[in-house]
Design a protein around this ligand. Structure first.
Ligand code: AMP
Length: 582
């Protein structure tokens, strides 16, 4: 492809005209245009896995590389779309042979191995609902999600299974546990009743007729945290591929010959919507790295594989900034032509640093688990306003509204809301339709974020309207952490807040009141931290614990986290009229 030397963007754009004329395309755009570009199933159905894999094989792109996988120790595996087609077919057959039916929930608790991609897409081919679980989770989050979803099949790995072995018997809907033992990394025998993924795949047929799902059939569910109660399973449908396919072009600027790297894990929505569906529905080759963050390793990967489009997160950018731009400049990262970021506010310094280290700015965009895809973005073809999340995508109305759902005046703060009916919109919270309905008001979906919109239509993030914590781009519900702490015999009450942090944006901080007879010692503090880490995940468990005699509560007994936070930050305590008397 012929690239413009200044913008580094291909001259031969096959993008919708919006990047050239954003306003005009927002006026004239209709989703029919995108519908026409998808392949659809014979008979008119829609299946994400068909759009991502089989269509490319049918249209003569089967030999193109879909995935370049790099393992933790630098080992490499490559898969073409045709090889992906066969592996995903085989896994769909494995599921069928185990009796899985359309609509059954199949959960996946795996590291970023090639197999997680075969499994997730195979689940979709079989018409089942995929539930990816972040592999850093401890036993409690895994149990809660398996129980709530009623998952009947779990696909995991030997080490991860060991971590959750005590809670598996509590997941009574689970019928089958499949174990992926990548390259025989574990020499442990299979636990009684477990099934070997490798043995089943070896027997499975490479042919599979994709379940004729409709656009409204459920596809993927991701659990997300709210202020109250346990995390809720936001359920998506196959129709979301329209959204992910289109925004892959508009917001990530994906082109046919790109080498794309999304650093998110499929346990989170970015890792499925933009780590699977957007790139592969566009037929783009992806780099997938099993390992975690290490600035120099990341730069080496970009240089070695000539990554062109890179989607990462502000916490990673801030961690790279800490290492300094020199390390990046020492490598040849000139293949990069577009970089974007999501998940938390991207400070303007991060954008400028990108320019310094890679000769390119980071483009921030905004969305959330419930939206299924990007809704606000800084586009490749238009001006970035540093500190702003960008402008709404075509075909979607974003509102900044007041309590009566009236638009807030330009530049003023309000609730960030989305007019219902966009293609990636979640369909329900699993088993919690009431909570789902509570998110909608007068035709708007209320996102829980506060923002303002300027006179050019750029949206500026202000904060959350609730107590949900955003740590390193992951939402943590305080209730989940408080519940885990309360299980320790020494804890009488617990209140959890997000404490500002220069790298992770917020870290989880807990305030604990002890049961009479327990002393607030350093030893107990460490024990509680270990206890919470053992149940939750490293990033979710509290990083700090303060002991206090009792927690501030409303007269109705609700912990006033707002007050805990104000006290922590030395801020004005605001309205305390509902505070209970001590
Ligand atoms: P999740 O559902 O876990 O993907 O988290 C979504 C939440 O992350 C949003 O509701 C925001 O609070 C936050 N978020 C996502 N993208 C951005 C962004 N670009 N700027 C600021 N906050 C963001």
């Amino acid at each position: 492809m012929d690239y413009d030397p200044i913008t580094k963007r291909p001259r031969d754009l096959r993008l919708p005209p919006m990047l050239e004329d954003y306003d005009a395309s927002r006026r004239s755009f209709s989703w029919d245009q995108v519908e026409r570009e998808l392949a659809w199933l014979p008979g008119g159905g829609l299946n994400i896995a068909h759009e991502c894999i089989d269509r490319h094989c049918q249209e003569g792109r089967g030999d193109k590389q879909a995935m370049i996988w790099v393992g933790k120790s630098g080992e490499e595996e490559r898969y073409t779309f045709e090889q992906m087609r066969v592996e995903t077919n085989k896994f769909a057959n494995v599921l069928k042979s185990l009796g899985a039916k359309k609509g059954d929930r199949v959960f996946v608790f795996l590291d970023r191995l090639p197999e997680i991609y075969f499994v997730l897409l195979g689940i979709l081919k079989a018409g089942c609902v995929a539930g990816p679980l972040f592999s850093a989770f401890g036993p409690d989050p895994v149990r809660d999600r398996l129980q709530d979803s009623g998952a009947s099949v779990l696909v995991t790995a030997p080490e991860l299974r060991k971590r959750i072995k005590d809670v598996l018997p509590e997941c009574t809907d689970l019928k089958h546990t499949l174990i992926v033992n990548k390259d025989g990394r574990s020499s442990d025998p299979l636990a009684a009743g477990d099934i070997s993924y490798e043995a089943e795949m070896a027997k499975a047929s490479p042919d599979f007729a994709i379940e004729p799902t409709t656009r409204d059939d459920y596809s993927i569910m991701h659990y997300t945290s709210g202020t109250t109660g346990k995390p809720k399973g936001a359920v998506h449908r196959h129709n979301s591929v329209l959204h992910q396919y289109a925004t892959g072009q508009w917001c990530l600027d994906l082109h046919e010959d790109d080498l794309y790297w999304c650093t998110a894990d499929p346990g989170w929505v970015t890792g499925t919507s933009y780590g699977i569906i957007a790139p592969w529905s566009n037929g783009v080759t992806q780099l997938i790295y099993e390992g975690g963050f290490r600035a120099t390793t990341w730069y080496d990967l970009i240089a070695k594989y000539k990554v062109t489009v890179w989607y990462t997160a502000p916490t990673a950018i801030r961690m790279m900034m800490k290492v300094g731009a020199e390390a990046a400049k020492k490598r040849d990262t000139s293949s990069l032509r577009f970089m974007c970021s999501v998940g938390e506010p991207l400070n303007p310094e991060g954008i400028f640093w990108g320019q310094e280290a890679f000769d390119l700015p980071f483009h921030d965009n905004w969305w959330q688990t419930e939206t299924g895809g990007i809704l606000v973005a800084n586009y490749a073809g238009s001006e970035i306003k540093p500190g702003s999340m960008g402008r709404p995508i075509p075909g979607v109305e974003i509102g900044i509204i007041d309590d009566d759902c009236k638009p807030a005046p330009t530049g003023e703060e309000g609730d960030l809301a989305v007019r219902t009916g966009w293609p990636g919109m979640f369909q329900t919270y699993w088993n919690n339709e009431e909570m789902y309905q509570s998110k909608f008001k007068e035709g708007w979906y209320i996102t829980g974020d506060r923002a303002r919109m300027d006179e050019d239509g750029y949206v500026w993030f202000i904060g959350r309207s609730d107590d949900v914590i955003n740590t390193a781009g992951h939402l943590v519900g305080p209730f989940e952490v408080e519940s885990a702490l309360l299980e320790h015999p020494a804890v009488a009450e617990a209140g959890v807040i997000g404490k500002p942090d220069p790298i992770a944006m917020e870290v989880v901080k807990a305030f604990v009141a002890l049961v009479d007879g327990y002393e607030p010692t350093e030893k107990l503090r460490n024990e509680l931290m270990r206890f919470a880490r053992g149940k939750l995940a490293a990033g979710v468990a509290p990083r700090e614990i303060d002991f206090i005699p009792s927690l501030p509560k409303t007269r109705s007994g609700k912990i006033m986290r707002r007050l805990l936070k104000a006290r922590e930050l030395g801020l004005d305590e605001g309205d305390t009229s509902t505070l209970e008397d001590d």
